[in-house]
Design a protein around this ligand. Structure first.
Ligand code: SF4
Length: 237
């Protein structure tokens, strides 16, 4: 964690008045609490190799992980390589994923993506952000998930949960997801990123949901903001 020797003490020993914490101090408390709450963390999207992980992440846009898993559990036992999907063709891919939102657009992306993987990468998923982000239907967030969960490369994919929680915990001003990613990468050491982004997502789903919160119900906020008086307003991505 970044050097925080110069930060103010959390508690004034004489007056016992809490001081305003720095971002670094809050980040330390949050990390400790999340490690305690989720010592082990499971990747929520099921896959059988990096390629199927890429497909699942692509399918998860505007769709829940549970829904994606329910659909892919009937696909991946049989189709799990780019050439399998190419052989199927767009129409059949549409049929297989029709229970998922915007399935026509996603089927088109999957088909075109498989074609590129076969033609340019010998059927393999490329291992760099630049190459991944050039694939159809793959943005920076999807590329970050694949780099992190597929290749174990340090990355910090920012979804709506992470964007919301980082604001509520005072780790970013929430200007946009690019800024949130920069701020979180600055505050947490690289070695924690891959686990931490999942821990924050799980915490957001379980405790810190999208509805308004006064920020006084969980240990994280009561520890980081003991004097909080106003409800927290967060900006959407
Ligand atoms: S107190 Fe509210 S804002 Fe803070 S972590 Fe809990 S649910 Fe989230």
């Amino acid at each position: 964690m970044a050097n925080d020797k110069k930060t103010r003490p959390l508690l004034n020993a004489k007056s016992y008045e809490f001081q305003i914490m720095t971002e670094i101090q809050r980040a330390k408390i949050i990390l400790k609490h999340l490690n305690k709450t989720y010592p082990k963390i499971k990747v929520p999207l099921r896959s059988r190799n990096v390629f199927t992980l890429l497909i699942s992440v692509l399918l998860s846009a505007q769709c829940t992980d549970v829904n994606v898993n329910n659909v892919t559990k009937n696909i991946y036992p049989k189709y799990y390589r780019p050439h399998h999907f190419l052989k199927l063709g767009r129409k059949k891919i549409e049929k297989l994923i029709k229970k998922i939102g915007i399935f026509r657009i996603k089927a088109k992306s999957i088909y075109n993506l498989c074609r590129i993987l076969e033609e340019k990468y010998n059927g393999k998923v490329p291992k760099t952000f630049e190459e991944l982000e050039q694939l159809p239907g793959v943005g920076h967030k999807t590329a970050s998930v694949v780099m992190s969960q597929g290749f174990g490369h340090p990355a910090f994919p920012i979804d709506t949960h992470i964007h919301r929680l980082a604001q509520r915990w005072g780790l970013t001003n929430g200007k946009n997801v690019i800024q949130t990613e920069k701020d979180l990468k600055r505050l947490f050491p690289k070695k924690y990123w891959n686990k931490l982004h999942l821990q924050i997502i799980y915490y957001g789903r379980e405790y810190c949901k999208a509805r308004d919160c006064y920020g006084m119900t969980c240990k994280i906020c009561t520890s980081c903001y003991p004097n909080r008086k106003k409800p927290i307003i967060t900006k959407k991505p």
